[in-house]
Ligand binder design. Structure first.
Ligand code: BDR
Ligand code: CA
Length: 311
């Protein structure tokens, strides 16, 4: 089984990513690290514990990470994920899911040292925890097998979800993302232009009727789905950004990839947090990121539903 650490800012689609990872039965989840992002850290921790408890998992520990970006003030996404980050779902759940004692960046370093060359990091929130870990332990980049990141915008400039050219996870801490992109770590980037092609409709959620996830997914996505009229031509679908990122770890053939040099803009007022992919090699730099060119959306979404149906 692949050893992974999942780094999340739970968040509605983070929650579905956690469920996919845990239900796949194909991943050895060493721990789940949390970061400030969609909602403040305290909510992220609680939401993550609730989602694991819903899944019935008693052994995966949740680690607290950065409660703010490296430099910029925090920006949250209450309008998308609701005031609590889960669209009001699981509001009454009391959780006793175990928490790990270590600070998330220290946990990442400790596990990477313990299993050199074996761990895949799956980052589906701002990259603050990994940036802090890289700063503290310069050798970390040599110990991690791969980092798979949901973030950025590669081929559809102008269609960002935070600024016209910026995607939320990178925008939320562009300085951290820049450290990660320049670290020498093998990076696979699951960018917004690709994740927007994978979406969940109300009809698809109906297929989960009778499973323990039906109520949660129907309720948590109810506002998130209404947001999508302009994206999908109906008012009843939400993007599977973070689940696709887990999906690519489970089956890399869901996406078609190519390697390029990608950098992160941190200075500009207009395009702070933009990921810039040097498609024509103008900068003459070694490729540092495997980007996604396309996704077999239908096959991935079917896999997502199928995995949760079997739960
Ligand atoms: C990303 O930002 C968050 O709102 C989602 O959880 C996802 O990780 C999409 O831009
Ligand atoms: Ca997320």
């Amino acid at each position: 089984m692949q050893k992974v650490i999942l780094d999340v800012d739970t968040g509605i689609d983070d929650a579905m990513a956690i469920l996919l990872a845990a239900e796949s039965g194909q991943l050895d989840i060493l721990g789940i690290t949390t970061v400030n992002g969609n909602v403040p850290l305290e909510y992220v921790v609680t939401n993550t514990k609730k989602v694991l408890q819903l899944q019935g998992n008693k052994h995966i520990k949740v680690y607290r990470g950065a409660n703010q970006p490296l430099i910029k003030p925090a920006r949250h996404e209450f309008a998308v994920h609701g005031n609590d980050g889960l669209g009001g779902a699981l509001a009454d759940m009391e959780t006793n899911q175990p928490e790990g004692e270590a600070f998330a960046p220290d946990f990442i370093i400790e596990q990477a040292k313990r299993y050199p060359g074996e761990i895949t990091l799956i980052l589906v929130g701002p990259q603050t925890n990994l940036a802090l870990a890289l700063r503290k332990e310069p050798q970390l980049a040599q110990w991690i097998k791969q980092v798979v990141i949901m973030g950025g915008l590669v081929s559809e400039s102008g269609k960002g979800n935070t600024l016209p050219t910026s995607e939320f996870n990178i925008f939320a801490d562009a300085e951290a993302a820049r450290i990660v992109f320049h670290s020498g770590l093998p990076i696979k980037l699951i960018s917004l232009d690709v994740t927007m092609k994978t979406y969940l409709t109300k009809d698809l959620i109906e297929k989960l009727h009778g499973t323990k996830y039906y109520d949660f997914i129907m309720q948590s996505t109810s506002v998130y789905r209404k947001d999508s009229l302009q994206n999908y031509g109906n008012d009843d679908a939400c993007a599977l950004h973070d689940p696709l990122t887990v999906g690519v770890v489970l089956d890399p053939t869901f996406v078609k990839t190519a390697k390029y040099f990608v950098d992160v803009e941190t200075k500009s007022e207009l395009s702070y947090g933009q990921t810039i992919c040097d498609f024509r090699n103008n900068w003459k730099k070694e490729p540092n990121v495997e980007i996604c060119l396309d996704v077999d959306a239908e096959r991935f979404v079917a896999f997502f539903i199928d995995t949760l149906q079997k739960a």
